[in-house]
Write a protein that binds this ligand. Sequence first.
Ligand code: SF4
Length: 249
Amino acid sequence: MSTDPNQAVACRTVDAEERSLLGRVLDRIADHCRARSLFVLHYCTGCGAIELPPTMTSRFDLERVGMQPMVTPRQADILLITGYLSVKTLKRVVMTYEQMQGPKYVIGLGSCTINGGMYWNSYATIKLLDRYIPVDNYIAGCMPRPEAIQQVFLDLMGRIDRGEAQAWKDYYRRYDWYLGQQQQLFGTNWQAPTDVVGEAIRYRLVGEQTLGSHTAHLERYAPYYDQLGIIRPEPARMKARPQLEVVSR
Ligand code: SF4
């Protein structure tokens, strides 16, 4: 038997089409179990975070439905963003998201994650969170009540159970688009420490938009163009951010 972990049957990623009937039944059982054992990482950026203690503790007690808080992204299933995000904070959120293992889910809590909320015209905050990472559910409201938060958690659990919560795969299949959105805020040389394209290959989630003009900016992704037989495009031209004019007297 092979001792190479990439070749051993137990460790190899198997494509959906390749799965036998038994494999697919096991997938469904795994989804069913996963939906009832979810660890939530709270990224408490805004005022909406104040509704989480009653949601989690004895009053509404989310643990009875199979959810509990987790302190590290590497062991968390759900990333809960609880409010407005400044450009600086978004960078940390992207790095946190990329550290989580798939399958992973994101919930945007509060109107600020949907359209900027009361900070909609602020130069310092972002509007639509799903331009930068895939979002499974939004919870509208400023701030949403624990009942609404619980309802969305239950909805997400149901979709995980039915195998429908697949938004995380979009990040790999369209990484170039997400990276482009991030680069508009953080600069053309922006990259997180995670090797997202390498992960996409490993998960077998490479799509037509995994690599493109935005990944072409970054030398770390250059070998993947050859490996996947893709012609490396010209790096995308970014719109220059307005510069302050210095007037000399
Ligand atoms: S949606 Fe309202 S409660 Fe939530 S972070 Fe924004 S301003 Fe605060």
